[in-house]
Design a protein around this ligand. Structure first.
Ligand code: ADP
Length: 267
């Protein structure tokens, strides 16, 4: 029989530049099979970190991008109709729990609370997943662990994880890396020179100071990687910054002009 986890294995090392002791802490958490929450703004390396850890721990990685239309059945599974009749199909969470993968629920706060509660019995000492429609009580594989990402900046009173969900997880804080580390990441990911990456990071740092003063979110490492890739393709740096750094984060004309002016002081 073919290996159902084949598509989820990570053979080559995903590049991840540690910023602190997050690798050691995650390894210890995994050894204890403690579910983990990766906290931080979008584009600061959470997904890359979990890919790297799955490779390091030699576990398959099943990633689910959560959204508000997602139902419990989308995570757990459902009966499908085919030529031979009805057939059960495991959802991504069930697949991971059955076969001992790391299941990464990205932006879990986007999912509705009635969807989120299906993870509860998997995240305490029971480590089970009731497949009610199928009449199966799945015991999680000993290697299975659940990881979620969570952006504390986004939550509102209407949209937040319940304490009863949060308290099931250990949590690691992620933020934008310090200057020299972020330069190193941009150079590695794009091939631009250190001098160019240094300027890109400086622009991002200026924009990050505007968060809460007209900008909802700062310029992320992901956006710097986009800008660097355009520059590496031969795009003129100011144009690259316009496309990859400024236009995506603001629709406000004054803010756009202020950010363009900041770019112009570097390039
Ligand atoms: P998140 O999951 O936090 O939204 P990602 O993990 O997708 O963000 O990070 C976006 C991009 O930023 C990655 O694809 C990678 O190029 C880069 N990146 C950010 N932090 C790191 C890091 N510490 N090491 C390596 N690459 C990083």
């Amino acid at each position: 029989m073919s290996d159902p986890m084949e598509a989820y294995r990570i053979d080559a090392e995903p590049y991840y530049r540690p910023v602190g002791d997050e690798i050691e802490l995650f390894e210890a958490a995994y050894a204890a099979r403690m579910p983990m929450m990766l906290k931080g703004p979008t584009g600061c390396g959470k997904s890359r970190f979990v890919e790297h850890m799955a490779w390091r721990l030699r576990r398959p990685l099943v990633t689910v991008a959560c959204n508000e239309d997602m139902t419990a059945a989308d995570l757990v599974g459902r009966f499908l109709l085919d030529a031979e009749g009805t057939r059960w199909q495991d959802g991504p969470l069930t697949l991971a729990a059955r076969h001992g993968a790391i299941c990464y629920l990205d932006e879990v706060v986007e999912a509705r609370q009635d969807t989120t509660v299906v993870i509860h019995p998997l995240t305490d000492s029971r480590r089970v997943l009731p497949l009610e429609k199928k009449g199966e009580l799945l015991r999680a594989h000993p290697d299975f662990v659940l990881v979620i990402s969570y952006n504390p900046g986004y939550q509102t009173l209407l949209k937040d994880l319940k304490q009863s969900t949060k308290q099931r997880f250990g949590a690691l804080d992620f933020g934008y890396p310090e200057h020299a580390v972020e330069v190193e990441i941009v150079v590695h990911e794009t091939g631009v020179t250190t001098a160019v990456a240094d300027k890109l990071v400086a622009i991002a740092e200026r924009a990050r100071n505007l968060k809460g003063h007209g900008l909802e979110e700062g310029i992320s490492t992901r956006m710097l990687v986009h800008a660097g890739k355009l520059i590496a393709q031969g795009v003129e740096p100011r144009a690259a910054c316009r496309v990859a750094l400024v236009r995506p984060i603001t629709d406000d004309a004054d803010m756009r002009d202020a950010l363009d002016a900041a770019v112009a002081t570097y390039f």
